[in-house]
Write a protein that binds this ligand. Structure first.
Ligand code: CA
Length: 686
């Protein structure tokens, strides 16, 4: 998320309680001290796993962390919104700054809120920060039987096993973009259940939905925010609104608008699990986009309504600091917030079998928190991986050296960051639509592309002082780098090329897209692509489409027919990467030893070899040449028997074939590399 959200309207319920304010507890806050961190550091902490509601036998137990409350009320409702409470319970002060209550029998199907008295005032009602099921628009927590939400076979369900993150091929997808278009042939458009539909096709007969993903060959789907977010009115789905979802409301419950019935708390839980199960059954993992760095609301957020001030960072004048660009930033450096993040991702991993997490604006969090996140998740499932945006959207009170920045990635364990180095070098700067990159003929970016090729690790032939973005090898391992040329943010690759190549043909732009993605998918590190690029989808030139209508964001799947050769190229490119571990080396030392750049001096030309059966590859040597110029360029290839894998905008992972169907070979020597294309050759001898 790199974009501003503009929805700060109150979603909290109007509080109609007229009898508040009569507490038997003295106010505990005392006189505010000058340093809020010193005050917060004295708060009692609670790390138990029973915050929110837990059920044991015939009793429901409620627990809320609210160390400065002078009283807390629990209310039980019949419905997810509206109506009077059917019960009101005074909660009791308990250990670690918590308040507790229990009810018997378990009020299954009912809803609950907490209300905190703070500084003599009754705050608005809130489901708390640990609601795992919620009613419509997330205003009340729900008491449901989670075991009853599990799809058939859930106990045996698991995602793909993954030894190294760079064995993954990540596909970033929004639920609506992917299925909402009439041409998707999918019944549950814009819903979690879209992924559970087999056999869907376009009117022209091309596969869509989960069958499309299987055909493409990606290993992991990265779903844009799917926790309960604030902006879309779940009570008015026919309004057909769209949002990316970077406006968190309830972190531990699924978003209602992606379910078939947002008023039924168990439906959204079950349907999200069914989506995960269907993807797992297809051998595809699920990565969740998580946005713990800020909340949609400030004083009215669930954090603020339970422990005012504590969960956020502030400026010296007491105002919210805003490293997210969305009005506030959370404080992962405070223990209860750190625990919240760790316990929340653990919950998604265990309850929903999530296989990976993508942290939005990760540098708002501290490096220690992120290392602990990775450690906790790997204990649950060693195949889980974590990556994030190694930057902030504004300044933060958190010292730079503690931020989970891209440049600090080597201070963390088990965390990867997006490489904006390769992104901007290949296609041109993200924020300047007309700026070109290596693949669109702009000279001088060769060294930055090489930084991307070696996954920002130290390499004897790469001069980091010539890098456009980072000036030092910040990654200790290629497993710390996510390579990409576009994502949901900014212009799609299709739109970026249209804006930076005025007067060009679509064929020319598709050729650039193929070269750009070939650089990404053959580079060391982990490749990441934006959904629909394989069919050359666009967003009509809208770069910040976070709340644009479906007419902008939907993928028109008839493009798969129109751009069939583009789709086939992507499919072969992914197959090439998956078949050849040389593109997936796991240590900086291996890359330094086995990846050798050739001396070429022309602009927009890069040539290198992967040597020595790198990383156990069956191929002895792979020669990779990128020509980003719109003229052909000559390279000298050592004499030998080379299988031609890619040339002149075509690629086949088992080798190109000639007119008679025989494999194409070349003897090397001086070869012409066609304009805007990759040449990939392989020495297949043992
Ligand atoms: Ca919602």
């Amino acid at each position: 998320m790199f974009s501003m959200t503009d929805f700060c309207i109150g979603a909290t319920m109007a509080c109609a309680m007229g009898l508040g304010g009569f507490s038997t507890y003295a106010a505990q806050t005392g006189t505010p001290v000058a340093d809020p961190d010193a005050r917060y550091a004295r708060f009692p902490l609670y790390s138990g796993g029973d915050l929110g509601v837990t059920i044991n036998g015939d009793k429901a137990y409620f627990r809320l962390w609210s160390p400065e409350a002078s009283a807390v009320k629990l209310r039980i409702y019949k419905n997810g919104r509206g109506g009077e409470p059917v019960a009101t319970v005074e909660m009791e002060k308990s250990q670690g700054g918590t308040w507790a209550a229990s009810l018997a029998p378990v009020p299954y199907g009912k809803f609950y809120t907490f209300q905190v008295q703070y500084n003599g005032q009754w705050l608005d009602e809130t489901p708390g920060v640990w609601a795992k099921a919620v009613g419509v628009n997330g205003q009340r927590g729900a008491i449901i039987d989670f075991a009853a939400t599990n799809p058939e076979g859930w106990a045996e369900d698991h995602g793909p096993e993954l030894e190294h993150i760079n064995d993954a091929v990540i596909y970033e997808m929004h639920h609506r973009d992917f299925s909402i278009h009439p041409n998707s042939g999918i019944a549950n458009k814009g819903k979690f259940l879209a992924m559970t539909e087999d056999g869907t096709v376009t009117p022209l007969g091309d596969k869509t939905g989960i069958d499309h993903l299987k055909e493409l060959g990606v290993t992991h789907v990265h779903i844009l925010p799917s926790y309960d977010y604030n902006s879309v009115d779940e009570a008015n789905l026919p309004a057909n609104t769209y949002n990316w979802g970077y406006d968190p409301q309830n972190y531990n419950a699924p978003e209602g608008s992606y379910s078939t019935n947002p008023s039924s708390p168990s439906t959204r839980v079950r349907e999200m699990k069914e989506m995960v199960k269907a993807l797992h059954d297809a051998g595809i993992g699920v990565v969740m986009d998580v946005v713990y760095n800020h909340t949609a609301q400030n004083d009215d957020s669930n954090f603020s309504l339970t422990a005012p001030g504590y969960y956020y960072r502030h400026n010296a004048d007491g105002s919210y600091s805003d490293a997210s660009g969305c009005g506030n930033e959370t404080a992962s450096d405070r223990q209860q917030m750190r625990d919240f993040i760790i316990n929340s991702v653990k919950y998604w991993a265990k309850e929903y079998h999530i296989d990976g997490f993508r942290f939005d604006l990760m540098a708002i969090h501290d490096t220690e928190t992120m290392t602990q996140v990775a450690k906790a998740l790997k204990e649950i499932n060693p195949s889980i991986f974590i990556y994030g945006e190694g930057w902030t959207a504004g300044n933060s009170p958190l010292p730079v050296e503690r931020r989970a920045l891209k440049e600090n990635v080597s201070k963390m364990e088990g965390i990867a960051v997006f490489s904006d180095d390769i992104r901007d070098a290949v296609k041109g700067h993200y924020s300047d639509a007309s700026d070109r990159g290596f693949a669109t003929g702009k000279p001088g970016l060769e060294e930055t592309v090489k930084i991307g090729i070696v996954a920002s690790t130290a390499h004897p032939q790469v001069d980091y002082s010539k890098g456009n973005n980072s000036k030092f090898p910040y990654a200790a391992s290629p497993e710390m780098i996510i390579n990409y040329v576009s994502c949901h943010d900014d212009l799609t690759l299709t739109d970026k090329l249209a804006k930076s190549m005025p007067g060009s043909t679509e064929d020319a732009r598709q050729r650039v897209a193929r070269l750009a993605q070939t650089i990404v998918f053959t580079s060391q590190g982990t490749p990441f692509m934006f959904a629909g690029e394989e069919v050359f989808r666009d967003k009509k030139g809208v770069h910040n489409s976070y709340n644009s209508p479906d007419s902008i964001n939907a993928i028109d799947w008839n493009l798969k027919h129109k751009n069939a050769s583009q789709f086939n190229y992507y499919k072969e490119l992914i197959a090439l990467r998956k078949a050849h571990p040389a593109f997936r080396m796991t240590s900086a030392g291996d890359i330094a030893k086995n990846l050798r750049f050739d001396k070429v001096s022309s602009p927009n030309l890069i040539s290198y070899s992967l040597l020595n059966h790198a990383n156990g590859d069956e191929w002895k040597e792979i020669k990779v040449v990128f020509n980003g110029s719109d003229a052909s360029q000559a390279v000298n290839i050592p004499k030998g028997e080379w299988l031609v894998v890619a040339a002149d905008g075509e690629l086949n992972h088992t080798g190109l074939v000639d007119g008679s169907g025989s494999p194409r070979y070349t003897k090397g020597g001086k070869l012409e590399v066609a304009p805007t294309s990759a040449l990939i050759l392989a020495k297949t001898d043992k």
